[in-house]
Structures are given as C-alpha cells and as structure tokens.
Design a protein around this ligand. Sequence first.
Ligand code: ZN
Length: 146
Amino acid sequence: MNDLQNLYQELIIDHGKNPRNFGELNPHDRQAEGFNPLCGDKLTLYLTLTDDIITEVKFKGAGCAISTASASLMTDAIKGKSITEVQQLFSSFHDMITQGQQTMDLGKLAVLSGVREFPMRVKCATLAWHTLQSALHNAAEIATTE
Ligand code: ZN
C-alpha cells in the first residue's frame, strides 16, 4: 500500500471505531431506517431541516467498519448543506465507489474510494446514502415520538 492508501485506511478505522454524529437526534424532522442484508449493517438516520438546508444530522445502528465509517463521514459532509448540494455529493460519491471516477472534490469522503475494489463492500459504503435518500424523499414520514 502507498502512503495515501495507508492514510485512508487509518481514517476509515478511526471513523469506524469513533463515529462522528452518533446517537439519536431529538427532536428531528426526518427519520429513516437502512438495512444491508448482504452484510447485516443496520442504521437509523435522523435529520433536521431548515428550508432545504440540513442543519443537524445523527445516526445510530450497528454495522461493519465500512458502513459505520461511511455514515460518520457522510453525516460530517452533509451538515449545513442544501438538499441540492447533497444530491450532487451522493451522485459523485456513487460514481467514485462504483466506477472510480471523481467528478467533484469529495473531501474526506475520498477515503472510501478503495471500496470499489471490493464489490461486496459497495453496499456497506452506500447504505448511509440510500438511507439519506429515503429520509429526504419521504416528506410524509414524519417520525413519531416513539
Ligand atoms: Zn457492511
């Protein structure tokens, strides 16, 4: 492995062990559940929105290091961004881990670029993003208190 890959590996391990934005967010505007049956990764994502800006985001759940690190990195990356910006980020992130193309600067999300060499792991890395999609699209799915 070269130095960059080593650095990426360390960041993934760090975010996998000490996930950022971990826990429940109450109150929240949106909530969605994600499950990756291939690996057994589960997560619940919570967001608050002000107009179309994601002002706060947290997640909880249990999964492998890749799914946890990806959720941790995603929540850091999307906080404070508009839904339009987040969709561009997801599209670019998806291209990176499925095709190895980076169409925009992904910042720390680039640490997951190596996942494309492990097709079984792509679903681990995209779980948080697919859960985010359902949280953003299901406007009617306002979370209940319990
Ligand atoms: Zn996994």
